[in-house]
Write a protein that binds this ligand. Structure first.
Ligand SMILES: Cc1ncc(COP(=O)(O)O)c(C=O)c1O
Length: 371
């Protein structure tokens, strides 16, 4: 019998916390304090404490959480920002939006994160920031990257990795600035768009807070060119409830990741499972495997009621919007190879063991059939 699996089971999650979430949202509605206010302040306090930094500034999306630090650092035309080509478009998009040039560095084939050994050769006098991405929920090699950066600001794109551990620290608190997303399907997601930046640099923190609100430092006094990047109070209320359950969810996500890997390995099919480095954890924003003949495998799984997704099918240097950078096929061979094989399986803290058994059974069959 076919099952019908959810890719990220947000309905099950809402069902589990419904009473608490409904009460929190209704309280905001009753208060009519929809912009900023106590829910946002409480969230920012708990986010900062969680990441081990002195300041968290909530924002209207993960994209804004990447843009605001670049604005705060004064990145603009003529500058370069080093990042990975194997990420969601937003990472390089914000660089281009400031007028700066995204400079790509290939990824490591094990972790799919930026390869620190290849960063040095791309640093120039114009490099104004380095933006590694902690892809799928596993922190990038932040210590090595901070070291290579010297004094160049490092912004961790932690849009997929809030909550992950790294050598005793937490993702978002591992470099000068961390940025995350609360997109609904993220490990910590709200009920719309949302994000946050993190820093322990008080000057930078204050500047990012101001830029988030039109560069205002006092009512109608604007020190910086800013944006309207505020997080809604209703979203903050949802996140305050979800924060209470976050560690329990991460524990379950880790169990699911480990169980997926052992089930897949036991099946013996030609499937590359994620490698998590021993000094860090993954929050498994995605559980992504590599398979040959991906399109056939995905079509078979879809027929069986198992949805899959590709994060990401086209590396950024091969996207039409970055053709102006003049980097064709072959420029970043590891990213190109991985983007042709990667496939994400259903993942949420509410995925059941029988569903996982079914998914892996179908996957093994699909890989055999697609040969
Ligand atoms: C790596 C990465 N960077 C940036 C973003 C942008 O976040 P948002 O969708 O909240 O704007 C995402 C979200 O999908 C992401 O995964």
């Amino acid at each position: 019998m076919n099952r019908k699996i959810e890719f990220a089971d947000l309905k099950a999650q809402y069902g589990a916390y419904k009473d608490e979430i409904d009460e929190a949202v209704l309280k905001v509605m009753g208060s009519a304090q929809f912009i900023m206010g106590p829910e946002v302040a409480a969230l920012e306090d708990s986010l900062a404490r969680y990441a081990g930094v002195s300041k968290a500034v909530s924002l209207s999306s993960g994209t804004d959480a990447l843009l605001v630090p670049l604005m705060a650092l004064g990145v603009g035309p003529g500058d370069e920002v080093i990042t990975t080509p194997f990420t969601f478009i937003a990472t390089a998009e914000v660089v281009a939006l400031t007028g700066a040039k995204p400079v790509f560095v290939d990824i490591d084939e094990k972790t799919y994160n930026i390869d620190p050994a290849k960063i040095g050769e791309k640093i120039t006098a114009r490099t104004k920031a380095i933006m590694p991405v902690s892809l799928y929920g596993q922190p990038a090699d932040m210590d090595e990257i901070n070291k290579i950066a010297g004094g160049i600001p490092v912004i961790e794109d932690a849009c997929q990795s809030f909550g992950a551990d790294y050598k005793g620290g937490k993702s978002c608190g591992l470099s000068l600035i961390g940025a995350t997303s609360f997109f609904p399907s993220k490990p910590l997601g709200c009920y719309g768009d949302g994000g946050a930046v993190f820093t322990s640099d008080p000057e930078l923190g204050a500047r990012m807070e101001s830029i988030r609100n039109h560069g205002q430092i006092q009512r109608y006094r604007h020190k910086y060119i800013g944006i309207n990047g505020r997080l809604d109070a209703i979203q903050a209320a949802v996140l305050n409830v979800k924060m209470k359950h976050f560690d329990a969810e991460l524990k379950r996500r880790a169990e699911i990741g480990a169980r997926y890997t052992s089930l897949i390995k036991a099946g013996g099919a030609d499937i590359v499972t994620p490698e998590i480095m021993p000094d860090r954890s993954s929050v498994y924003a995605q559980y992504s495997v590599r398979v040959k003949n991906r399109e056939k495998v995905a079509a078979f799984l879809n027929e069986k009621g198992v949805p899959t997704a590709v994060h990401y099918p086209i590396p950024l240097h091969l996207q039409e919007c970055y053709a102006y950078l003049g980097e064709g096929e072959g420029a970043y061979p590891v990213a190109e190879k991985v983007s042709g094989e990667i496939m994400s399986l259903p993942m949420s803290a509410f995925l059941t063991d029988p569903d996982m058994d079914y998914i892996v059974g179908c996957l093994n069959e699909a890989v055999e059939k697609a040969k």
